[in-house]
Design a binder for this molecule. Structure first.
Ligand SMILES: [Zn+2]
Length: 421
């Protein structure tokens, strides 16, 4: 994380204590308030993973005493994107500032704030109008609710010419409380949930590293990880996050994108078949999986409207009606890497991952494709891209008493469990 973004984060955390204005440039290229309260020491380097003791007991000791929240990284999540109007319900006191503190006011009890676009690329938050970002700070235990999702972090409302976006600044571990239940079922075995917590934490920190110069780190949907606020946390989720606090996966001392998916259908694959720009590293090169057959996602039959497929063939420059779809090339696990699409106007071979993204076919591990008059029928195995951790497989391993460390080593071979500092 670069200094400017870190400063921005540090100030966001401190803004509750913020009292006197002056200004500094922040990661948005705008101005941030400087505080009179003592700033935390300036970092000299990015956070780094350091290898954990391999021995189970010392690793457990390392994780059984969570560090204080002060040491949490802050995650910036885009929770409202290019909106013209919304409402924020606040359960109690809130402080509202423009970024340079030239305008500010406090609300001392619960209520509803309207947020809407205003003339000249401004945004109106309650009674405050501004062309700068507006910061809404919940005081004490106040929560902020937008579209029935409840947030506990500080909100930045960013105006643009004709709309605004809202970014939540929230501590990393709190953010994970709001991710885990939407990425893995809370009733699943704890070791699987812990593996998921480490994978999600690593993915998050890698995203922060990559997005330091941008106004947010992650989307709140499948473009990054599903996230729906972090107010009510189930026990299993809390345990999984807390017992792995700060733990990440690294390869050769660096964080990597710990991709994961629903069900690999009997084997994961090399990242290049799904994301050709991703680094070709051992943890993302694929592995066998014999732990996911219990899931209903292991085998699928799916009909997709022919018109949906033809929208895709058209986008690929193929005119006419769809005639057939055939697997052109498979990986060693049986996943189609390429498909050949044939229409009355011609044929073309495309990446199956592009086809899957456009049509919603559950997996590229296809065993049967039949083109009918109005529908295309698919049969196959798995659910998702098939790269990195197979979540059903993680659950299967946990049920067979494998630990989260063994699960992670299996699905990210060659990676090292590390403590992020
Ligand atoms: Zn699997």
């Amino acid at each position: 994380m670069k200094f400017s973004a870190w400063l921005c984060v540090g100030l966001a955390l401190l803004v509750n204590a913020c009292a006197v204005p002056s200004a500094r440039t922040n990661a948005y290229g705008g101005k941030l308030p400087t505080v009179t309260a003592k700033l935390p020491p300036e970092p000299t380097h990015l956070g780094r993973p350091s290898v954990l003791e391999e021995d189970e007991e010392s690793a457990q000791a390392n994780t059984s005493t969570p560090k204080t929240k002060k040491q949490d990284r802050t995650v910036r999540v885009l929770i409202v994107e290019n909106s013209k109007s919304t409402y924020i319900k606040h359960s109690g006191r809130v402080n509202i500032y423009t970024q340079d503190l030239s305008k500010k006011y406090k609300i001392s009890r619960g209520g509803t704030l309207s947020v809407k676009t205003h003339k000249n690329a401004q945004v109106q938050v309650g009674t405050l109008t501004s062309s700068q970002p507006v910061i809404i700070v919940p005081v004490d235990a106040t929560t902020l609710e937008i579209d029935k999702v409840v947030y506990t972090g500080t909100l930045y409302v960013l105006p643009s010419k004709t709309s605004f976006s809202i970014i939540e600044y929230t501590p990393l571990e709190n953010y994970l409380y709001g991710v885990l239940p939407y990425e893995m079922h809370p009733t699943w075995a704890l070791e699987a949930l812990k593996a998921q917590a480490v994978a999600a934490r690593t993915y998050t920190l890698k995203s922060i590293e990559k997005k330091a110069d941008e106004p947010f780190d992650l989307y709140a949907d499948v473009r990054s990880q599903m996230y729906k606020g972090s107010t009510t946390v189930q026990d299993s989720i809390k345990k999984a996050v807390d017992q792995t606090r700060g733990q990440v996966l690294a390869y050769k001392g660096e964080l990597f994108y710990t991709y994961y998916h629903g069900n690999c259908g009997g084997g994961t694959d090399h990242v290049s078949i799904w994301n050709q720009k991703a680094p070709h590293i051992k943890p993302l090169a694929g592995n066998t999986c014999k732990f996911d057959t219990h899931s209903k996602s292991y085998t699928f039959k799916q009909d997709i409207a022919k018109s949906t497929v033809e929208r895709f063939t058209k986008s690929q420059g193929l005119k006419g009606t769809l005639k057939s779809i055939k697997v052109a090339k498979k990986t060693g696990t049986g996943r189609a890497s390429y498909l050949t699409l044939k229409t009355s106007g011609g044929s073309k071979t495309v990446l199956c991952s592009s086809f899957r993204a456009a049509t919603g076919v559950r997996s590229c591990k296809l065993t049967k494709i039949t083109t009918g008059s109005t529908k295309v029928h698919f049969e196959g195995h798995g659910y998702g891209h098939g790269i990195g951790m197979c979540q059903d497989g993680a659950h299967g391993m946990a049920k067979q008493n494998y630990t989260y460390k063994q699960i992670l080593k299996h699905y990210y071979p060659g990676s090292t469990l590390s403590q992020f500092r």
